[in-house]
Design a protein around this ligand. Structure first.
Ligand code: SF4
Ligand code: SF4
Length: 139
C-alpha cells in the first residue's frame, strides 16, 4: 500500500527535483531571502501517492510510508523540512541550498580530482571566474 510520503531530513539536499516531478504540484519550494532558508513543503491533501518524488529523488530521501492520509477538504495538511541557502562569496546572492552545494563540492573533488575547493559562488560569478582563468591561459 502507498501512503504518506516522508522526507529524510538528514539526507535531503533541498535540490527541488521532487517538486519538479510531482504531477499534482503537491511539493512546494519556498525560498525566503530574508532568513536564507528554503522550505520544502508537502501538501498531503494534493498527493496522489504516485511515488514519482521517491523515484526521482537523487538522495533517496523520500519514502512512501503505509501511513494513510485523513481527508481534509477545507484545509490541506502539510509536512515540511527546512534547509539553509548558500550565499555567493562574490556577489552575496543566494544561489543554492547549502547541503546541495556541499554535495556537488564533494563529488567534484572525488570524481574530477579538482584540486581547489569548488568555489562557493553563483553560476554567473562562476562563469566570470573561469572566463578570467581561461583568458589568462590563452594570452
Ligand atoms: S533531495 Fe530529494 S527530497 Fe530533498 S529536495 Fe531533492 S528530490 Fe526533494
Ligand atoms: S507521491 Fe506523487 S503526488 Fe505525492 S508528492 Fe510524491 S510525486 Fe507528488
Amino acid at each position: 500500500m502507498r501512503g504518506t510520503p516522508q522526507f529524510n531530513h538528514k539526507t535531503c539536499t533541498g535540490c527541488g527535483a521532487c517538486s519538479n516531478v510531482c504531477p499534482t504540484r503537491a511539493i512546494e519550494i519556498i525560498d525566503n531571502y530574508q532568513s536564507n532558508k528554503r522550505k520544502i513543503r508537502l501538501w498531503l491533501g494534493a498527493c496522489i501517492f504516485c511515488g514519482n518524488c521517491r523515484d526521482f529523488c537523487p538522495e533517496h530521501a523520500i519514502e512512501l510510508t503505509d501511513k494513510p492520509v485523513a481527508p481534509s477538504p477545507s484545509k490541506w495538511i502539510f509536512e515540511e523540512l527546512e534547509t539553509e541557502l548558500a550565499v555567493c562569496e562574490k556577489c552575496d546572492k543566494l544561489f543554492s541550498p547549502s547541503p546541495l552545494y556541499e554535495k556537488v563540492n564533494e563529488l567534484m573533488l572525488r570524481d574530477y580530482q579538482q584540486r581547489e575547493t569548488f568555489k562557493k559562488i553563483c553560476e554567473r560569478c562562476k562563469r566570470l571566474y573561469y572566463a578570467k582563468i581561461y583568458t589568462k591561459t590563452l594570452s
